[in-house]
Design a protein around this ligand. Structure first.
Ligand code: SF4
Ligand code: SF4
Length: 415
């Protein structure tokens, strides 16, 4: 009879996924006391269940190879979406730079066009716009694009878990690039001890709670006063100046965050991003979850090893974790057919990466497109008014009032 231990091992052939038993020493130590480690055994994959690696180079025509990769390789597709959104943000950034050049030069240089996409970087203002809209039915015309971008992000969270973080979010892409750089430089990323990890993860929920509590406590007149205030009208310009003339304290904070993001996976997203916290909460309501077939799983732990959110995927039936970003890395690496899939609770069939990615982009494009066709994309701040704001930007009228609703004089900017 074949040796049982051998039969449990997987012999990965050249065409198949490279599966090796995780390296584990037989013992581990706590306070000088030695404990025996439970050895993991990996079951053998029946040949008909083995997923074969696709050799894309077999297709000689580049455009067909590209389409094939987009269809079959979830990580290639995700990288393409990430790149597209980073380029979009760069375009918005250049547009905004030219707009600020126009304003600071008194309308002589640059381009007199305020890019609405920049409002996507004003989440607090968008949260106020959302509450104002829910309570009054009015879509404000100061930062309407910001409101629709927020709605699109929330809709993605509700439908497709935290897919916004790992597909279109430019900060998520930057975060991922930084920890991948760290992995390349130091061969691995730091793993935060479990207790400290829980403690740090709660910080983003505290930040979210603070913002939601502050905004949700505001009355409709207070919301209106803030939304139509001179400060909010130029909030994106102020943000631009914040980064263009960054203080040494802010620069050091940014540098520290970047360094931490190099050594710890998704440091900003995992511990500090209130958007991530909000999407994590919404993700529990999403019908889609990574689902593991316990019958066919061979316990190779590859899914857990590759998960950037440190989720124990190989132990889960359905991944409910608020940290799951729907990146599909675990699905891509699973060597067994029909074992790890993104599934909706409404269907027994899995959703393909192409359909999933198209839904992420589709929901975003549909909601922002709706804003465009319904005339709620461009704001209603005219060129003359913008030039006036640029000229008076340093006056106390444009200062942030640290959470208080300011008492503005009648400057002609109220609704
Ligand atoms: S569980 Fe899978 S989809 Fe979720 S974050 Fe981990 S690797 Fe990505
Ligand atoms: S679900 Fe995870 S542990 Fe199971 S076979 Fe797939 S990659 Fe391996």
């Amino acid at each position: 009879m074949e040796n049982l231990a051998q039969s449990l091992r997987i012999n990965a052939d050249a065409n198949a996924f490279d599966i090796r038993e995780p390296k584990m020493s037989d013992t581990f130590e706590v306070s000088g006391i030695s404990f025996a480690k439970k050895k993991r055994t990996i079951k053998k994959i029946p040949p008909h269940m083995r997923r074969r690696k696709i050799n894309f180079s077999l297709e000689p025509r580049w455009y067909k190879r590209l389409l094939w990769k987009l269809r079959e390789d979830s990580q290639f597709l995700r990288s393409a979406v990430q790149l597209a959104f980073v380029l979009l943000c760069l375009w918005i950034g250049i547009d905004f730079y030219l707009f600020v050049a126009w304003g600071t030069s008194g309308g002589i240089e640059g381009v007199a066009h305020h890019p609405p996409g920049a409002e996507g970087f004003l989440p607090i203002s968008a949260l106020m716009s959302l509450k104002y809209w829910l309570q009054t039915g009015i879509i404000n015309d100061i930062h309407p694009a910001g409101l629709f971008i927020l709605i699109a992000i929330l809709a993605i969270g509700l439908l497709l878990k935290k897919a916004f973080c790992s597909w279109p979010c430019p900060i998520g892409t930057l975060s991922e690039s930084l920890w991948m750089l760290g992995e390349r430089l130091f061969r691995k990323n730091l793993r935060v001890p479990r207790q400290l990890d829980y403690l740090l993860r709660s910080m983003k929920y505290l930040l979210l709670f603070f913002f939601v509590w502050a905004v949700w406590g505001m009355s409709v007149p207070d919301l209106k006063a803030f939304i139509y205030s001179p400060y909010n009208r130029v909030a994106d310009i102020k943000m631009y100046y914040f980064f263009a003339h960054i203080s040494s304290v802010a620069l050091w904070t940014l540098m520290i965050l970047i360094m931490l993001s190099v050594v710890i996976k998704n440091f900003w997203c995992r511990y500090l991003c209130p958007y991530g916290a909000l999407l994590g909460i919404l993700s529990w309501l999403s019908p889609f979850k990574i689902t593991r077939n316990k019958e066919t799983c061979v316990d190779c732990v590859l899914c857990t090893k590759v998960c950037p959110a440190n989720i124990q995927v190989h132990k889960a039936g359905r991944v409910w974790s608020d940290e799951c970003m729907s990146c599909l890395k675990c699905v891509e690496i699973c060597p067994v057919k029909e074992t790890l899939e993104m599934k909706s609770s409404l269907s027994t069939k899995p959703i393909s990466s192409l359909v999933f990615g198209s839904l992420v982009v589709g929901v975003f494009v549909a909601i922002t497109g709706l804003a465009m066709v319904s005339g709620h994309w461009q704001n209603n701040v005219g060129k003359k008014e913008y030039l006036h704001h640029f000229q008076n930007l340093d006056s106390p009228l444009y200062q942030h009032n640290r959470g208080e609703v300011p008492q503005y004089n009648d400057q002609g900017f109220s609704e």
